[in-house]
Design a protein around this ligand. Sequence first.
Ligand code: CA
Length: 422
Amino acid sequence: MNAADCWVDVPADSPFPLHNLPVGLGRRPDGSVGAFVAIGDVAFDLGAARAHFDGTAAVDDLVDDRGTLTRFAGLGREAHRAVRSRVGELLCDDTMRPELSSALRPIHELEMLVPVAVGDYVDFYSSLHHATNLGRMFRPDGEPLLPNWRQLPVGYHGRSGTIVADRTEITRPQGLRLVDGQPKMGPTDALDIELEVGFVVGAPSQPARPVGTTDAEAHLFGVCLVNDWSARDIQSFEYQPLGPFLGKSFATSMSPWIVTLDALDPFRVEPITQDPPVGEHLRTHGATGFDLHLEVLLQSASMREQRIPPVVISATRFDDMYWSAAQQIAHMTSNGAHLRPGDLFASGTVSGPTPGSEGSLIELTRRGERPLELPDGSSRAFLRDGDTVTLRGWAGSDPTTRIGLGSVSGTIRPAADTRRHH
Ligand code: CA
């Protein structure tokens, strides 16, 4: 297929050119839910074009009885590849135009949903710069990295039931945190974000059969963006000795379009050298990294009222992550735990080595010591009510060939007034 032959207009700066074709789950204006492929500013309704998918995966029931794409994800990469390839053919066959124009609708007319029923959600901690930055802040007198960090991809199992779709409002969580040295229940004063890349599991693996690094990517449906909202004051009081809990589990936002590894193939990079060398089960060969570029944007309520556009508060890259998705999957299954369709692996906060490339406010503002100045004249250590945070990302540095991961946004709502309920 050739972009010049494509009968759908794709704006030059679109994150979704013909060589991307990510899949998503959307609610149509009539309330029904369907599977869509993004191309330019429009979404191709696979259900409306089902007659043209003979011989490929059963497009009729791409949406399973849970109303998600989980079953489709579980069919594996050959099935995903067949559908993506057929969509490309149809969009480049001019004779299809009269019949299929009605299967295209503006993306903005759809309410994009969480594409899969996320079963298990694992959050890793795989950026060397992020782990070092946090280690320095929390343990200023010790080594920034704990002894296990370079031996295995550190992670924890998160809460899948609070994974939410793009544009879901985030209610400021309440919790126990230290106020003047005393534990006190109340709304968090340190609401933060974490800029992460998500890997969604497709084909399942068998119980008690570890998945090696070489086979790991065969189990992936695709890639998205993840915002792991975090309440730092709740987190810092609760996290020892068992790790993050309520400071993280109130909400995690996931971007709607799942970009396939096939689409990302041209943007593969060699991973950075791991020192010391890792154990046998974590060794990889070849280009297991991806040249992804990521940004965090912030718009306050008053900026919105004054029509001041969101500002970029962080710009970073994914190509020097210390641990790859292949290693994370190999490690998670090394004890016999298996993969299920729809499981989500998040990379951990992606931070770069330079100021302005950190993927969380706690790093960007040095725990609030260096607040960010916003164009409405206000400053930020952590998020205020009414703030909208958007993550966006793309693969490749050449604007003419890059492909987008799309974006994911959330706006902070005031804490619920719990007194009413007593
Ligand atoms: Ca995280």
